[in-house]
Design a protein around this ligand. Structure first.
Ligand code: ZN
Length: 206
């Protein structure tokens, strides 16, 4: 969605900066214990934090959606196909992280039926560019995604709503992950790198 320019880390990102410094210190400690051979690219580890607790099924569906989205398109081939996905609350000291990408899920990630769509043109996800560099932090606004998909959800079973929401969150994460890997705020006219997502983009052809 969008790349927000920031010259210094504001309060909003203070937690993200703290988490990254923690991750990098864990990473350094792990590297010291088990150095990666020269020429070997560290594997990407995508660590997902959620403001509100997710059900075990939501985590499983989200990681399944990320894996299938990662393998499913030409645009995502540039991303690390061997990436690991872990829950932020499963982080333990000494875990070998590889190259970390940290995802924050904001708001309500449970899709609820709605009579009408209540969000248009709002950011569904974003990354920050600080001093010209796009940080490896992805922010996803679950509440806004739900406001876009709400009318579709009215005709779905609870199980189907969970699947659709997981796919939508995964697609927003993959979009932002591409910004991080390419270090570019550029968008495409269609596909996963579109600047604005509608219902079809979030559902990913499901
Ligand atoms: Zn974007």
């Amino acid at each position: 969605m969008n790349v927000r320019r920031m010259h210094a880390l504001p309060g909003h990102s203070a937690r993200a900066a703290l988490i990254l410094s923690l991750l990098l210190s864990l990473f350094s400690a792990a590297q010291a214990a088990s150095p990666i051979p020269a020429g070997h690219t560290p594997r990407t580890t995508v660590i997902v934090f959620s403001d509100r607790p997710l059900q075990p099924d939501q985590w499983r569906l989200l990681f399944a959606g990320l894996r299938s989205g990662l393998a499913g398109g030409a645009e995502t081939q540039m991303l690390d196909q061997g990436a690991d996905f872990i829950r932020g609350d499963d982080l333990v000291p000494g875990l070998l992280l590889g190259f970390p990408i940290v995802v924050f899920l904001h708001g309500d990630c449970t899709l609820a039926p709605a009579a009408r769509r209540t969000a248009y043109g709002v950011p569904l996800g974003w990354v920050h560019r600080v001093d010209g560099r796009i940080d490896p932090f992805v922010h996803v606004d679950c509440t806004h995604i739900g406001e876009v998909l709400g009318p579709q959800a009215a005709r779905m079973s609870k199980k189907r709503r969970a699947e659709v929401m997981s796919t939508a969150i995964a697609r927003v994460i993959l979009h932002e992950w591409i910004h991080i890997v390419t270090q570019s705020p550029a968008h495409a006219s269609d596909g996963i790198e579109k600047a604005q997502y509608g219902v079809a983009d979030l559902m990913g052809g499901q």
